[in-house]
Design a binder for this molecule. Sequence first.
Ligand code: SF4
Length: 470
Amino acid sequence: MLAEIKGLNEECGIFGIWGHEDAARLTYYGLHSLQHRGQEGAGIVVAGGGNLSGHKGLGLVTDVFQSGTLDALFGSAAIGHVRYSTAGGGGYENVQPLLFRSQTGAMALAHNGNLTNAIELKLALEGQGSIFQTTSDTEVFAHLIRRSQAPTFVGQMKEALSQIEGAFAFLLLTETALYAALDPHGFRPLSLGRLGSAYVVASETCAFDVIGATYEREVAPGELLIISGEGVRSERFAPERPRSICSMEYIYFARPDSHVDGINVHTARKNLGKRLALEAPAEADIVTGVPDSSISVAIGYAEATGIPYELGLIKNRYVGRTFIQPSQALREQGVKMKLSPVRGVVAGKRVVMVDDSIVRGTTSRRIVAMLREAGAVEVHVRISAPPITHPCFYGIDTSSKEELIAAKHTVEDIRRLIGADSLAFLSQEGLLAAIGRPEGAPQRGQCLACFTGQYPTRISPIARPCMTVK
Ligand code: SF4
Protein backbone atom coordinates (compact mmCIF):
# COMPACT_ATOMS: atom_id res chain seq x y z
CA MET A 1 0.00 0.00 0.00
CA LEU A 2 1.55 3.25 -1.11
CA ALA A 3 -1.40 5.44 -0.40
CA GLU A 4 0.34 8.73 -0.61
CA ILE A 5 1.87 8.18 -4.04
CA LYS A 6 -1.10 6.55 -5.60
CA GLY A 7 -3.71 9.21 -5.17
CA LEU A 8 -5.89 7.16 -2.83
CA ASN A 9 -5.80 8.46 0.68
CA GLU A 10 -7.68 8.18 3.92
CA GLU A 11 -8.79 11.39 5.48
CA CYS A 12 -8.42 10.91 9.21
CA GLY A 13 -8.17 8.82 12.34
CA ILE A 14 -9.70 9.67 15.72
CA PHE A 15 -9.10 8.49 19.28
CA GLY A 16 -10.74 9.43 22.57
CA ILE A 17 -10.44 8.35 26.20
CA TRP A 18 -12.46 9.12 29.32
CA GLY A 19 -11.50 8.40 32.93
CA HIS A 20 -7.73 7.79 32.91
CA GLU A 21 -5.13 9.96 34.62
CA ASP A 22 -2.69 9.46 31.74
CA ALA A 23 -5.21 10.43 29.07
CA ALA A 24 -2.89 12.52 26.87
CA ARG A 25 -0.12 9.91 26.74
CA LEU A 26 -2.56 7.09 25.93
CA THR A 27 -4.07 9.26 23.20
CA TYR A 28 -0.59 9.80 21.79
CA TYR A 29 -0.05 6.03 21.58
CA GLY A 30 -3.51 5.57 20.09
CA LEU A 31 -2.82 8.21 17.42
CA HIS A 32 0.54 6.66 16.69
CA SER A 33 -1.19 3.39 15.81
CA LEU A 34 -3.63 5.30 13.58
CA GLN A 35 -0.88 7.19 11.78
CA HIS A 36 -1.55 5.31 8.51
CA ARG A 37 -4.93 7.13 8.32
CA GLY A 38 -3.36 10.57 8.00
CA GLN A 39 0.15 11.99 8.10
CA GLU A 40 -0.31 15.69 7.53
CA GLY A 41 -1.28 16.88 10.97
CA ALA A 42 -2.00 15.65 14.49
CA GLY A 43 -3.47 17.06 17.67
CA ILE A 44 -4.66 16.24 21.18
CA VAL A 45 -7.04 18.15 23.45
CA VAL A 46 -7.35 17.17 27.13
CA ALA A 47 -10.01 17.97 29.70
CA GLY A 48 -8.67 18.59 33.19
CA GLY A 49 -8.79 21.13 35.99
CA GLY A 50 -12.11 22.48 34.71
CA ASN A 51 -10.62 23.44 31.37
CA LEU A 52 -9.75 22.17 27.91
CA SER A 53 -6.23 22.59 26.56
CA GLY A 54 -4.43 21.15 23.61
CA HIS A 55 -1.52 20.95 21.27
CA LYS A 56 -1.52 20.33 17.53
CA GLY A 57 0.71 20.78 14.53
CA LEU A 58 1.57 19.79 10.98
CA GLY A 59 3.39 16.51 10.43
CA LEU A 60 3.57 13.06 11.95
CA VAL A 61 2.50 12.34 15.53
CA THR A 62 6.14 11.97 16.58
CA ASP A 63 7.01 15.33 14.98
CA VAL A 64 4.12 17.20 16.57
CA PHE A 65 4.55 15.78 20.07
CA GLN A 66 8.19 16.18 21.00
CA SER A 67 9.47 15.37 24.46
CA GLY A 68 7.83 17.49 27.12
CA THR A 69 4.77 18.45 25.06
CA LEU A 70 2.64 15.69 26.52
CA ASP A 71 3.71 16.50 30.10
CA ALA A 72 1.94 19.84 29.76
CA LEU A 73 -1.37 18.19 28.87
CA PHE A 74 -2.96 17.29 32.22
CA GLY A 75 -6.37 15.71 32.45
CA SER A 76 -8.29 12.48 32.71
CA ALA A 77 -10.02 12.73 29.33
CA ALA A 78 -8.71 13.48 25.86
CA ILE A 79 -9.45 13.32 22.18
CA GLY A 80 -6.93 13.17 19.36
CA HIS A 81 -6.84 13.30 15.60
CA VAL A 82 -4.52 12.47 12.71
CA ARG A 83 -5.32 14.25 9.49
CA TYR A 84 -4.95 13.82 5.78
CA SER A 85 -6.24 16.94 4.06
CA THR A 86 -9.03 16.53 1.56
CA ALA A 87 -12.05 18.73 2.33
CA GLY A 88 -10.88 22.10 3.47
CA GLY A 89 -7.26 21.61 2.54
CA GLY A 90 -4.06 21.51 4.55
CA GLY A 91 -2.78 24.24 6.82
CA TYR A 92 -2.38 24.56 10.55
CA GLU A 93 -5.84 26.02 11.16
CA ASN A 94 -7.49 22.88 9.79
CA VAL A 95 -5.53 20.49 12.02
CA GLN A 96 -7.85 18.95 14.59
CA PRO A 97 -9.16 18.67 17.24
CA LEU A 98 -10.79 22.07 16.74
CA LEU A 99 -11.21 23.86 20.08
CA PHE A 100 -14.10 26.30 20.62
CA ARG A 101 -14.60 28.50 23.65
CA SER A 102 -17.77 30.35 24.58
CA GLN A 103 -19.42 31.76 27.70
CA THR A 104 -21.14 28.45 28.32
CA GLY A 105 -17.88 26.48 28.25
CA ALA A 106 -15.39 24.93 25.86
CA MET A 107 -15.68 22.02 23.48
CA ALA A 108 -13.24 20.22 21.19
CA LEU A 109 -14.15 18.37 18.01
CA ALA A 110 -12.43 15.63 16.01
CA HIS A 111 -13.98 14.30 12.81
CA ASN A 112 -13.29 11.42 10.42
CA GLY A 113 -15.23 11.50 7.16
CA ASN A 114 -16.66 14.12 4.87
CA LEU A 115 -19.95 16.02 5.02
CA THR A 116 -21.73 16.04 1.67
CA ASN A 117 -23.88 19.09 2.47
CA ALA A 118 -21.17 21.14 4.21
CA ILE A 119 -21.02 23.82 1.50
CA GLU A 120 -24.81 24.28 1.53
CA LEU A 121 -24.86 24.51 5.33
CA LYS A 122 -21.90 26.87 5.42
CA LEU A 123 -23.51 29.24 2.92
CA ALA A 124 -26.71 29.23 4.98
CA LEU A 125 -24.81 29.80 8.25
CA GLU A 126 -22.77 32.64 6.76
CA GLY A 127 -26.03 34.17 5.58
CA GLN A 128 -27.15 34.12 9.22
CA GLY A 129 -23.98 35.85 10.40
CA SER A 130 -21.61 32.98 11.24
CA ILE A 131 -17.91 33.55 10.67
CA PHE A 132 -15.64 30.56 10.13
CA GLN A 133 -12.05 30.26 11.37
CA THR A 134 -11.16 27.30 9.17
CA THR A 135 -11.99 25.94 5.73
CA SER A 136 -12.71 22.51 7.23
CA ASP A 137 -16.28 21.17 7.02
CA THR A 138 -15.98 20.07 10.65
CA GLU A 139 -16.48 23.60 11.90
CA VAL A 140 -19.98 23.64 10.38
CA PHE A 141 -21.02 21.07 12.98
CA ALA A 142 -19.83 23.28 15.85
CA HIS A 143 -21.86 26.22 14.52
CA LEU A 144 -24.98 24.07 14.22
CA ILE A 145 -24.62 23.02 17.86
CA ARG A 146 -24.21 26.62 19.03
CA ARG A 147 -27.23 27.78 17.02
CA SER A 148 -29.57 25.04 18.25
CA GLN A 149 -32.35 26.19 20.56
CA ALA A 150 -32.70 22.74 22.21
CA PRO A 151 -32.73 23.03 26.02
CA THR A 152 -29.88 20.56 26.72
CA PHE A 153 -26.43 20.09 25.22
CA VAL A 154 -27.31 16.54 24.16
CA GLY A 155 -30.45 17.93 22.49
CA GLN A 156 -28.34 20.53 20.68
CA MET A 157 -25.92 17.89 19.50
CA LYS A 158 -28.72 15.65 18.26
CA GLU A 159 -30.32 18.53 16.39
CA ALA A 160 -26.98 19.40 14.77
CA LEU A 161 -26.26 15.75 13.90
CA SER A 162 -29.62 15.42 12.20
CA GLN A 163 -28.82 18.33 9.86
CA ILE A 164 -25.52 17.08 8.50
CA GLU A 165 -25.26 14.55 5.68
CA GLY A 166 -22.54 12.25 4.43
CA ALA A 167 -19.87 10.37 6.33
CA PHE A 168 -18.97 11.30 9.86
CA ALA A 169 -17.47 9.73 12.92
CA PHE A 170 -17.27 12.52 15.49
CA LEU A 171 -15.63 12.78 18.88
CA LEU A 172 -16.58 15.81 20.96
CA LEU A 173 -15.02 16.59 24.33
CA THR A 174 -16.28 18.95 27.01
CA GLU A 175 -15.21 19.28 30.64
CA THR A 176 -18.04 17.00 31.69
CA ALA A 177 -18.33 14.32 28.97
CA LEU A 178 -16.91 12.65 25.89
CA TYR A 179 -19.40 12.22 23.03
CA ALA A 180 -19.04 9.82 20.08
CA ALA A 181 -21.37 9.83 17.08
CA LEU A 182 -21.50 7.87 13.84
CA ASP A 183 -23.50 8.83 10.73
CA PRO A 184 -26.70 6.85 10.03
CA HIS A 185 -25.04 4.84 7.22
CA GLY A 186 -21.91 4.07 9.23
CA PHE A 187 -19.44 4.82 6.42
CA ARG A 188 -16.47 4.94 8.76
CA PRO A 189 -15.54 2.46 11.46
CA LEU A 190 -15.78 3.55 15.12
CA SER A 191 -15.29 1.19 18.06
CA LEU A 192 -15.76 1.42 21.82
CA GLY A 193 -13.32 -0.22 24.24
CA ARG A 194 -12.42 -0.40 27.94
CA LEU A 195 -9.17 0.10 29.79
CA GLY A 196 -9.86 -0.76 33.42
CA SER A 197 -12.52 1.71 34.46
CA ALA A 198 -11.72 4.05 31.54
CA TYR A 199 -13.55 4.10 28.20
CA VAL A 200 -11.86 4.47 24.83
CA VAL A 201 -13.23 5.16 21.36
CA ALA A 202 -11.16 4.81 18.19
CA SER A 203 -11.34 4.62 14.40
CA GLU A 204 -9.64 1.23 14.50
CA THR A 205 -9.22 -1.49 17.08
CA CYS A 206 -5.41 -1.53 16.62
CA ALA A 207 -5.46 1.61 18.81
CA PHE A 208 -6.97 -0.47 21.65
CA ASP A 209 -4.31 -3.16 21.35
CA VAL A 210 -1.44 -0.71 21.63
CA ILE A 211 -2.66 0.64 24.99
CA GLY A 212 -3.90 -2.72 26.33
CA ALA A 213 -7.61 -1.83 26.08
CA THR A 214 -10.25 -4.45 25.34
CA TYR A 215 -12.82 -4.19 22.58
CA GLU A 216 -16.41 -3.72 23.75
CA ARG A 217 -18.51 -3.05 20.65
CA GLU A 218 -19.01 -0.94 17.53
CA VAL A 219 -20.64 2.46 17.77
CA ALA A 220 -23.86 1.89 15.80
CA PRO A 221 -24.87 4.00 12.79
CA GLY A 222 -27.10 6.86 13.97
CA GLU A 223 -25.97 6.41 17.59
CA LEU A 224 -24.70 9.08 19.98
CA LEU A 225 -22.69 7.79 22.94
CA ILE A 226 -22.36 9.98 26.01
CA ILE A 227 -19.43 8.90 28.17
CA SER A 228 -19.04 10.55 31.57
CA GLY A 229 -18.46 9.83 35.25
CA GLU A 230 -21.83 8.05 35.18
CA GLY A 231 -20.68 5.51 32.59
CA VAL A 232 -21.85 5.17 28.98
CA ARG A 233 -25.29 6.23 27.83
CA SER A 234 -26.58 5.54 24.33
CA GLU A 235 -29.03 7.74 22.44
CA ARG A 236 -30.13 7.80 18.82
CA PHE A 237 -30.11 10.94 16.70
CA ALA A 238 -31.37 9.21 13.53
CA PRO A 239 -32.98 5.94 12.59
CA GLU A 240 -30.44 3.37 11.46
CA ARG A 241 -30.25 3.14 7.66
CA PRO A 242 -28.82 0.18 5.77
CA ARG A 243 -25.14 0.15 6.68
CA SER A 244 -22.72 1.37 4.00
CA ILE A 245 -19.32 0.83 5.52
CA CYS A 246 -16.53 1.88 3.17
CA SER A 247 -15.21 -1.12 1.21
CA MET A 248 -11.82 0.56 0.99
CA GLU A 249 -11.37 0.20 4.76
CA TYR A 250 -11.12 -3.57 4.20
CA ILE A 251 -9.29 -3.43 0.86
CA TYR A 252 -6.76 -0.79 1.57
CA PHE A 253 -6.83 1.55 4.54
CA ALA A 254 -7.28 -0.21 7.83
CA ARG A 255 -4.32 -1.90 9.48
CA PRO A 256 -4.24 -5.69 9.01
CA ASP A 257 -4.39 -6.24 12.78
CA SER A 258 -7.59 -4.16 13.13
CA HIS A 259 -11.08 -5.57 13.16
CA VAL A 260 -13.44 -3.44 11.07
CA ASP A 261 -17.04 -3.96 12.19
CA GLY A 262 -16.07 -7.35 13.60
CA ILE A 263 -13.99 -8.61 10.64
CA ASN A 264 -10.22 -8.98 10.85
CA VAL A 265 -8.65 -6.98 8.04
CA HIS A 266 -5.77 -9.39 7.29
CA THR A 267 -8.21 -12.31 7.01
CA ALA A 268 -10.51 -10.29 4.73
CA ARG A 269 -7.55 -9.43 2.48
CA LYS A 270 -6.37 -13.03 2.34
CA ASN A 271 -9.85 -14.02 1.27
CA LEU A 272 -9.78 -11.31 -1.40
CA GLY A 273 -6.61 -12.95 -2.73
CA LYS A 274 -8.18 -16.42 -2.72
CA ARG A 275 -11.22 -15.15 -4.58
CA LEU A 276 -9.02 -13.28 -7.06
CA ALA A 277 -7.15 -16.53 -7.71
CA LEU A 278 -10.45 -18.27 -8.49
CA GLU A 279 -11.65 -15.49 -10.77
CA ALA A 280 -8.35 -14.68 -12.46
CA PRO A 281 -5.73 -17.43 -12.23
CA ALA A 282 -2.38 -16.93 -13.96
CA GLU A 283 0.41 -19.15 -15.27
CA ALA A 284 3.32 -17.89 -13.22
CA ASP A 285 6.33 -18.84 -11.11
CA ILE A 286 5.87 -16.50 -8.13
CA VAL A 287 3.24 -14.24 -6.53
CA THR A 288 4.26 -10.96 -4.94
CA GLY A 289 2.24 -8.20 -3.29
CA VAL A 290 2.80 -4.44 -3.34
CA PRO A 291 3.53 -3.57 0.29
CA ASP A 292 1.85 -3.15 2.70
CA SER A 293 -1.84 -3.91 2.18
CA SER A 294 -1.45 -6.26 -0.77
CA ILE A 295 0.88 -8.64 1.02
CA SER A 296 -2.09 -10.29 2.78
CA VAL A 297 -3.89 -10.51 -0.59
CA ALA A 298 -0.84 -12.03 -2.29
CA ILE A 299 -0.55 -14.66 0.46
CA GLY A 300 -4.19 -15.62 -0.18
CA TYR A 301 -3.64 -15.72 -3.95
CA ALA A 302 -0.56 -17.92 -3.50
CA GLU A 303 -2.36 -20.27 -1.12
CA ALA A 304 -5.25 -20.76 -3.53
CA THR A 305 -3.16 -21.25 -6.67
CA GLY A 306 -0.21 -23.16 -5.21
CA ILE A 307 2.17 -20.62 -6.82
CA PRO A 308 4.81 -19.72 -4.21
CA TYR A 309 4.52 -16.34 -2.47
CA GLU A 310 7.78 -14.40 -2.64
CA LEU A 311 8.95 -11.05 -1.41
CA GLY A 312 9.43 -9.56 -4.86
CA LEU A 313 9.01 -5.93 -3.80
CA ILE A 314 10.23 -4.24 -0.65
CA LYS A 315 9.36 -0.89 0.75
CA ASN A 316 11.94 1.55 1.97
CA ARG A 317 10.29 2.92 5.10
CA TYR A 318 12.75 5.73 5.62
CA VAL A 319 12.06 7.75 2.48
CA GLY A 320 10.18 10.99 3.05
CA ARG A 321 6.56 11.23 2.04
CA THR A 322 6.38 11.51 -1.71
CA PHE A 323 2.99 13.15 -1.97
CA ILE A 324 4.47 16.44 -0.93
CA GLN A 325 6.39 16.43 -4.21
CA PRO A 326 4.48 18.77 -6.46
CA SER A 327 4.98 17.31 -9.92
CA GLN A 328 4.00 13.95 -11.37
CA ALA A 329 7.59 13.38 -12.52
CA LEU A 330 8.91 13.84 -8.98
CA ARG A 331 6.12 11.64 -7.60
CA GLU A 332 7.13 8.86 -9.97
CA GLN A 333 10.73 9.26 -8.88
CA GLY A 334 9.35 8.92 -5.36
CA VAL A 335 7.79 5.57 -6.27
CA LYS A 336 11.20 4.38 -7.37
CA MET A 337 12.85 5.44 -4.15
CA LYS A 338 10.10 4.02 -2.01
CA LEU A 339 9.72 0.59 -3.60
CA SER A 340 12.47 -1.72 -4.74
CA PRO A 341 12.17 -4.96 -6.68
CA VAL A 342 14.18 -7.86 -5.26
CA ARG A 343 16.24 -8.76 -8.31
CA GLY A 344 17.33 -12.17 -7.00
CA VAL A 345 13.67 -13.13 -6.54
CA VAL A 346 12.07 -11.82 -9.72
CA ALA A 347 14.86 -12.24 -12.34
CA GLY A 348 13.90 -14.82 -14.96
CA LYS A 349 10.46 -15.35 -13.35
CA ARG A 350 6.87 -15.00 -14.50
CA VAL A 351 5.50 -12.77 -11.74
CA VAL A 352 1.94 -12.24 -10.49
CA MET A 353 1.93 -8.76 -8.96
CA VAL A 354 -1.02 -8.24 -6.64
CA ASP A 355 -2.14 -4.71 -5.78
CA ASP A 356 -5.26 -3.26 -4.20
CA SER A 357 -6.27 -0.61 -6.71
CA ILE A 358 -5.37 1.32 -9.81
CA VAL A 359 -6.21 4.99 -9.49
CA ARG A 360 -4.42 7.00 -12.17
CA GLY A 361 -2.31 4.10 -13.43
CA THR A 362 1.01 5.88 -13.11
CA THR A 363 2.15 3.94 -10.04
CA SER A 364 1.16 0.57 -11.53
CA ARG A 365 3.02 1.38 -14.74
CA ARG A 366 6.10 2.31 -12.75
CA ILE A 367 6.03 -0.88 -10.66
CA VAL A 368 5.54 -3.12 -13.70
CA ALA A 369 8.49 -1.40 -15.37
CA MET A 370 10.60 -1.85 -12.23
CA LEU A 371 9.88 -5.57 -12.14
CA ARG A 372 10.82 -5.92 -15.80
CA GLU A 373 14.03 -3.93 -15.27
CA ALA A 374 14.84 -6.36 -12.46
CA GLY A 375 14.54 -9.26 -14.90
CA ALA A 376 10.92 -10.46 -14.61
CA VAL A 377 10.02 -12.17 -17.89
CA GLU A 378 6.26 -11.69 -17.49
CA VAL A 379 4.23 -9.46 -15.16
CA HIS A 380 0.58 -10.37 -14.52
CA VAL A 381 -1.24 -7.70 -12.51
CA ARG A 382 -4.15 -8.73 -10.27
CA ILE A 383 -6.19 -6.12 -8.42
CA SER A 384 -8.15 -7.02 -5.26
CA ALA A 385 -10.98 -4.56 -6.01
CA PRO A 386 -13.20 -3.69 -8.95
CA PRO A 387 -12.10 -0.76 -11.18
CA ILE A 388 -12.51 2.65 -9.48
CA THR A 389 -14.72 4.60 -11.88
CA HIS A 390 -16.25 7.29 -9.66
CA PRO A 391 -14.98 9.77 -7.08
CA CYS A 392 -15.68 9.41 -3.36
CA PHE A 393 -17.68 12.03 -1.44
CA TYR A 394 -17.28 10.30 1.93
CA GLY A 395 -13.74 11.09 2.98
CA ILE A 396 -11.42 9.08 0.74
CA ASP A 397 -9.30 10.94 -1.76
CA THR A 398 -9.84 8.94 -4.96
CA SER A 399 -8.98 11.83 -7.30
CA SER A 400 -11.45 13.43 -9.70
CA LYS A 401 -13.33 11.40 -12.26
CA GLU A 402 -11.14 12.88 -15.03
CA GLU A 403 -8.03 11.45 -13.35
CA LEU A 404 -9.41 7.95 -12.75
CA ILE A 405 -7.96 5.71 -15.43
CA ALA A 406 -10.81 3.18 -15.19
CA ALA A 407 -13.43 5.89 -15.74
CA LYS A 408 -12.39 6.25 -19.36
CA HIS A 409 -10.48 3.11 -20.32
CA THR A 410 -11.33 -0.57 -20.72
CA VAL A 411 -9.41 -3.20 -18.79
CA GLU A 412 -7.50 -4.08 -21.97
CA ASP A 413 -6.58 -0.39 -22.49
CA ILE A 414 -5.36 -0.16 -18.90
CA ARG A 415 -3.30 -3.34 -19.30
CA ARG A 416 -1.60 -1.81 -22.30
CA LEU A 417 -1.06 1.54 -20.58
CA ILE A 418 0.57 0.00 -17.52
CA GLY A 419 2.61 -2.43 -19.65
CA ALA A 420 1.40 -5.67 -18.02
CA ASP A 421 1.17 -9.06 -19.74
CA SER A 422 -2.27 -9.56 -18.25
CA LEU A 423 -4.55 -7.60 -15.94
CA ALA A 424 -7.64 -8.57 -13.97
CA PHE A 425 -9.77 -6.84 -11.34
CA LEU A 426 -11.87 -8.60 -8.69
CA SER A 427 -15.62 -8.62 -9.39
CA GLN A 428 -18.09 -6.78 -7.13
CA GLU A 429 -19.66 -10.12 -6.14
CA GLY A 430 -16.20 -11.51 -5.38
CA LEU A 431 -15.38 -8.49 -3.24
CA LEU A 432 -18.53 -8.85 -1.13
CA ALA A 433 -18.24 -12.63 -0.76
CA ALA A 434 -14.54 -12.50 0.19
CA ILE A 435 -14.89 -9.84 2.87
CA GLY A 436 -17.68 -11.97 4.25
CA ARG A 437 -19.98 -9.48 5.96
CA PRO A 438 -23.36 -11.02 6.80
CA GLU A 439 -25.77 -11.51 3.91
CA GLY A 440 -29.15 -9.85 4.07
CA ALA A 441 -28.33 -6.15 4.04
CA PRO A 442 -28.07 -4.52 0.61
CA GLN A 443 -24.51 -5.03 -0.67
CA ARG A 444 -23.80 -6.80 2.62
CA GLY A 445 -23.76 -3.39 4.30
CA GLN A 446 -20.87 -2.04 2.21
CA CYS A 447 -20.48 1.14 0.20
CA LEU A 448 -19.42 0.38 -3.38
CA ALA A 449 -20.03 3.84 -4.80
CA CYS A 450 -16.55 4.41 -6.22
CA PHE A 451 -17.00 1.20 -8.26
CA THR A 452 -20.65 1.72 -9.23
CA GLY A 453 -21.47 5.43 -9.02
CA GLN A 454 -24.46 4.56 -6.82
CA TYR A 455 -24.02 6.78 -3.78
CA PRO A 456 -25.90 5.68 -0.66
CA THR A 457 -26.83 9.28 0.26
CA ARG A 458 -28.03 12.35 -1.53
CA ILE A 459 -25.05 14.24 -2.92
CA SER A 460 -25.62 17.98 -2.86
CA PRO A 461 -25.27 19.44 -6.37
CA ILE A 462 -22.55 21.73 -5.02
CA ALA A 463 -20.68 19.02 -3.06
CA ARG A 464 -17.09 18.47 -4.09
CA PRO A 465 -15.54 15.01 -4.36
CA CYS A 466 -12.80 14.22 -1.85
CA MET A 467 -9.50 15.22 -3.36
CA THR A 468 -6.12 16.15 -2.08
CA VAL A 469 -6.05 19.89 -1.62
CA LYS A 470 -2.66 21.49 -1.23
S1 SF4 B 1 -17.17 5.74 -2.41
FE1 SF4 B 1 -15.56 4.16 -2.24
S2 SF4 B 1 -13.94 5.10 -1.02
FE2 SF4 B 1 -15.82 6.34 -0.73
S3 SF4 B 1 -16.83 5.50 1.10
FE3 SF4 B 1 -17.71 4.44 -0.67
S4 SF4 B 1 -16.41 2.59 -0.89
FE4 SF4 B 1 -15.31 4.03 0.41
